[in-house]
Design a protein. Structure first.
Ligand SMILES: Cc1cc2nc3c(=O)[nH]c(=O)nc-3n(C[C@H](O)[C@H](O)[C@H](O)COP(=O)(O)OP(=O)(O)OC[C@H]3O[C@@H](n4cnc5c(N)ncnc54)[C@H](O)[C@@H]3O)c2cc1C
Length: 380
């Protein structure tokens, strides 16, 4: 439908800058995304910046022991971490063990905050709450505990899985352009700017896969499968705002290209990224992206709050370059959410980040969903 590829993860040309419609973050646990990138010739090691998750804040790395490459080294790193007192070291250890042993299914109907209250000491809770809102686009008090636990378990199943992977190129260059070239080279037709308005003419052509938003899939399938359509129609979505700013003069030095902002009332953005460190071209020097997950403000207010946040943390304000707000950025995985399955009706399947999954609404979730549909069609 759109005139360009990428959907909710696409490049936006902004003057001479190639920005994205929203800052995206991958992790080492996004194994299917990384495999797909390799398949279509986008080398993940070249186009992504890999950095260990160390809960880096503007004042330092709060969990440097997470940078160790093996489980035992991590454990030794934690036990000898001089930044933490013994109580905090014990709290982290206990929480990681609980994370591994918790059975997500047994938390059905509960929130991530319920799990944290039972299993994470108050010194550890803010860090996992920060991961929750960034990954699920919902505060822990509203996020489904089972999806949260699935996500945490995959993210901590190996030391590399928790690594952050930050795009060094625009989102369109990261995957969609390569994928389209790969498809064309194999004889496929990629047609842009054409909205499918009716499924009926397609049903005779063979198998149809709806790889669009929940809302569009609901509309297209309403005649074919009203129950499926109804479920897709009722999926709730939530907003994410990304504010791009530029520092005049030298930008404050960050320890890592991504920092987690201390939570608080005057702290709307949960994460800040330094594009100057990530992009090769000098024109990105001093440009930062500020991500406001579950943004409850409009674009102007988002920009204003980010400037206020910069002032309170760094004592000065950058200028706003651009501000994007997608009101339907991700689905909201609240407890009890019902997501439709892959099979819509005779000859019709659906894939996307909203389809039944144990993952939140992410690129990895969308790609896994596509692979599951291919498998289902092949075995049908
Ligand atoms: C601001 C923002 C920040 C995000 N941050 C992250 C992040 O950090 N990490 C992460 O993993 N995920 C993130 N996400 C979520 C991620 O972008 C989505 O989960 C993912 O793009 C979903 O892919 P999809 O293929 O399911 O749907 P989409 O990307 O929405 O693609 C659907 C496509 O279908 C097309 N289409 C719709 N209707 C029709 C029609 N009738 N006919 C033809 N074509 C149609 C659309 O034009 C679009 O190209 C973020 C999203 C946003 C908006």
């Amino acid at each position: 439908m759109a005139p360009q590829l990428g959907g909710r993860a696409r490049q936006v040309n902004w003057g001479h800058l190639e920005l994205d419609n929203g800052q995206h973050i991958l992790t080492g646990a996004c194994t299917h995304t990384l495999s797909l990138m390799s398949l279509v010739g986008a080398d993940p090691e070249t186009v992504l910046y890999r950095t260990p998750l160390q809960f880096t804040t503007p004042s330092g790395r709060m969990a440097p022991w997470l940078a160790h490459p093996g489980r035992w080294q991590r454990l030794m790193g934690l036990l000898s971490c001089s930044m933490l007192n013994w109580r905090e070291r014990w709290a982290w250890l206990q929480c990681i063990v609980q994370l591994q042993w918790s059975r997500p299914a047994s938390w059905h109907g509960k929130t991530a905050a319920d799990w944290l209250a039972m299993n994470a000491h108050w010194t550890v809770q803010p860090w996992l709450e920060a991961l929750c809102v960034s990954a699920m686009n919902l505060p822990a008090s509203q996020a489904d505990a089972t999806v949260f636990l699935n996500l945490m378990q995959t993210s901590f199943e190996s030391p590399q899985a928790s690594d952050l992977l930050l795009p060094k190129v625009s989102l369109s260059e990261l995957l969609p352009h390569r994928a389209a070239d790969w498809l064309r080279a194999r004889g496929a037709q990629v047609q842009l700017g054409q909205r499918i308005t009716d499924l009926n003419p397609l049903l005779d052509t063979g198998r149809v896969v709806l790889a669009c938003s929940a809302q569009e899939a609901a509309r297209l399938s309403s005649g074919l499968s009203p129950e499926w359509s109804d479920m897709a129609q009722h999926i709730e979505h939530g907003p994410i705002a990304t504010v791009y700013t530029r520092w005049s003069g030298s930008a404050p030095q960050l320890m890592d290209p991504l920092v987690i902002m201390p939570p608080g009332l005057d702290s709307p953005a949960q994460v800040v990224m330094d594009l100057g460190c990530l992009r090769a071209s000098p024109q990105y020097g001093g440009i930062w992206s500020w991500v406001i997950s579950f943004a409850q403000v409009d674009r102007e207010e988002a920009a204003r709050l980010v400037l206020q946040q910069a002032q309170s943390v760094w004592g000065r304000q950058p200028e706003v370059v651009a501000c994007f707000l997608d009101p339907r950025a991700t689905i909201l995985c609240r407890p009890g959410l019902k997501r439709p399955g892959h099979h819509v009706g005779p000859g019709v399947w659906a894939c996307g980040d909203y389809v039944e999954s144990d993952l939140p609404s992410t690129l990895e979730g969308a790609i896994r969903s596509g692979l599951q549909v291919i498998e289902a069609i092949q075995s049908h």
